[in-house]
Design a protein around this ligand. Structure first.
Ligand SMILES: *Cc1c(COP(=O)(O)O)cnc(C)c1O
Length: 355
């Protein structure tokens, strides 16, 4: 990889690996290049000689990995002369679609499940000027509608069925190998529509086939127990979980995900909302990392399968989204000491501090 004084965005950084041409207008907010953080406390909880890292993709421009896919999808839509994009979203896709569409001077239409989008994500779609349609139904219903609309109207679909999304998202795997010097032994990742796990696998395989890594990771996918179609092997008509970003009962990339599991000798498991919140709190309190609940599913999953992990393994957990996306979850799920109604007096404040 070339050294840049300023990270140029993932298309420029990995251009020879991506389906772009000299004619492709690059629509970017300089996404990608996110930190790979060593997790000391989680490492100790695993209780073996392992190395655990978090790929903190919540530090992308709109706060989730969706930016990786969106820079590609919007650039290719722009190249094709498209004037408007559409998506169904549990929140993060709409935030990313709205931001990149504006950057590319396009309209964005987003269909969201009424009442099930976290506050921060809704705020983003509003501020980025998306045209928001909240429907009385869940994500799966919204996706059916946008697929139909994109077939009949001059709007481009930017959900993860759009192949350019996965092309952009695969760069996260490149970054991990570039940082570690090889692929990890395990990749732990939350799954909703399972686009991201498919994109990572594509990235790891491309680097491996080019001789840039010596191994391929086992892909460990995690879903919320109340929303686990890929674990249970059947569509869930009423998925429920606190992790709204993965509240999906009928994943569009189901077939791809099953292939990833098989090819990588990986495993899919469910984690309960309690386990997700426990991991979410640990990340905040012990590691200084604030992620959204869906992202904590990767850590919850790792803690659940820790006995299966052999000594000397390297593990990367993907933290897909930023904690600021879902302030309600944070305010309702923490162990903070919060004292209110304190008089503005030095002695009283000092006393309240325990001194
Ligand atoms: C979209 C999203 C997921 C799920 O990714 P898929 O590609 O749908 O499996 C997980 N976490 C967050 C924060 C997301 O925004």
């Amino acid at each position: 990889m070339t050294y840049f004084k300023q990270w140029p965005g993932l298309i420029k950084a990995y251009e020879k690996w991506l389906p772009i041409t000299l004619k492709t207008p690059i629509i970017t907010l300089q996404e990608g290049g996110t930190p790979l953080l060593a997790l000391k406390y989680i490492n100790e909880l695993i209780g073996k000689n392992v190395k655990v890292y978090a790929k903190y993709d919540g530090l992308n421009p709109t706060g989730s990995f969706k930016d990786r896919g969106m820079t590609m999808a919007i650039s290719k839509a722009k190249e094709a002369g498209c004037k408007a994009v559409i998506c169904a979203s549990t929140g993060n896709t709409s935030a990313a679609a709205a931001a990149y569409a504006k950057k590319g001077d396009m309209r964005s239409f987003v269909l969201i499940p009424d009442g099930y989008v976290a506050q921060g994500k809704l705020a983003q779609a509003l501020v980025y000027g998306a045209e928001i349609l909240a429907i009385k139904g869940n994500f799966d219903k919204a996706l059916k509608i946008v697929q139909e609309l994109a077939n009949n109207l001059p709007v481009t679909l930017v959900n993860s069925v759009n192949p350019y999304r996965l092309e952009g998202q695969k760069t996260a795997a490149f970054e991990i190998v570039d940082s570690l010097g090889d692929a990890p032994d395990y990749l732990c990742i939350p799954m909703g529509n399972a686009g991201n796990i498919s994109a990572y696998w594509m990235g790891f395989k491309e680097y491996f086939n080019a001789g840039l890594s010596k191994k391929l990771p086992k892909m460990m996918g995690f879903q919320a127990a109340g929303s686990a179609p890929l674990v249970l092997g059947k569509t869930i008509s009423n998925p429920e979980t606190i992790a709204t970003a993965i509240r999906i009962g009928n994943p569009v990339n189901k077939e791809k995900a099953l292939t990833v599991k098989k090819e990588s000798d990986g495993k899919f498991s469910g984690v309960t909302d309690n386990e997700i919140i426990k991991a979410y709190k640990i990340l905040g309190k012990e590691e200084g990392i604030f992620c959204e609940p869906a992202s904590a599913a990767s850590i919850a999953g790792l803690l659940k399968i820790k006995d299966e992990i052999p000594n000397n393994s390297t593990i990367v957990c993907v933290l897909t989204g930023n904690g600021l996306k879902d302030p309600d979850c944070a305010i309702n799920n923490n162990d903070a000491l919060f004292k209110s109604g304190i008089e503005p007096d030095i002695e009283i404040v000092a006393k309240s501090m325990g001194f």
